[in-house]
Design a protein around this ligand. Structure first.
Ligand SMILES: O=C(O)c1cc(=O)[nH]c(=O)n1[C@@H]1O[C@H](COP(=O)(O)O)[C@@H](O)[C@H]1O
Length: 224
């Protein structure tokens, strides 16, 4: 069975990214390239990693007006990532435009409430709802807009899956027992997140900062 784990390769260093991708190839379901990698290496760097033959989750979390987001997605051609992200808080029209602009084979998912935020953080930006209620609200909006799924924490995925049976649920903030939480606030173990209904687990530092990333990934996969 294909692994649900995508390894988040958060580095600006192309050689290091290539080395990690090569080390986890065959074991991981794919790799995630985000803002840190993209800001340094751009579209051509993404193409280089894609040439290694793993599915790519290109996580640029677009959050802008519909026209700008659509044009940014079009500018990424000929990259055809397996998955890409926009912020669901960008609104329904923006999500519709993003989906319409993306390649047919790319899943577009809406980031709901970042896993680095808790209820207090939401309050400080004027969102009265707790993370659970806010994820539910944005998941419904993403579904109405025709997206393929959402990004949320493991704490919310069971409820989200109940309301959106065939949705694609991307779950970061994954921490194996004993792992440091770092800047994440809403975390869950890989096994618990899968049991709750995750489609994809995004795991970065617990793998990439390990002395032997492939071995760390193997250990995590064994818990699923
Ligand atoms: O969209 C994401 O992937 C994402 C959304 C979110 O709410 N929280 C979150 O941590 N992420 C990403 O998931 C990865 C988590 O990395 P680690 O905390 O090192 O496992 C990072 O690349 C984040 O950019």
């Amino acid at each position: 069975m294909t692994s649900p784990i995508f390894v988040a390769i958060d580095t600006p260093d192309l050689d290091r990214a290539r080395a990690i991708a090569t080390a986890v190839k065959g074991q991981a379901g794919g790799v995630k390239l985000g803002l840190e990698f993209f800001s340094h290496n751009g579209r051509h760097g993404v193409m280089e990693i894609a040439e290694l033959g793993l599915p790519i989750f290109l996580d640029l979390k677009f959050h802008d007006i519909p026209n700008t987001v659509a044009k940014a997605i079009q500018a990424l051609a000929p990259v055809v990532p397996a998955v890409m992200t926009v912020h669901a808080a960008g609104g329904r029209a923006m999500m519709e435009a993003a989906k319409a602009a993306a390649p047919a084979d790319t899943r577009v998912v809406g980031v709901t409430v970042l896993t680095s935020l808790d209820a207090g953080d939401l309050g400080s930006i004027g969102v009265a709802a707790d993370p659970h209620a806010q994820v539910e609200r944005l998941a419904a909006l993403a579904q109405e807009a025709g997206l393929d799924g959402i990004v949320c924490s493991g704490n919310e995925v069971a409820a989200a899956r109940k309301a959106w049976k065939d949705g694609y649920f991307v779950i970061p903030g994954i921490r194996p027992a004993q792992s440091g939480v770092g800047d994440q606030k809403r975390v869950m173990t890989p096994r618990a997140a899968m049991d709750a209904g995750a489609s994809m687990l995004v795991i970065g530092r617990p793998v990439t900062e390990a002395e032997h990333p492939a071995a760390a990934l193997r250990e995590i996969a064994a818990t699923l």
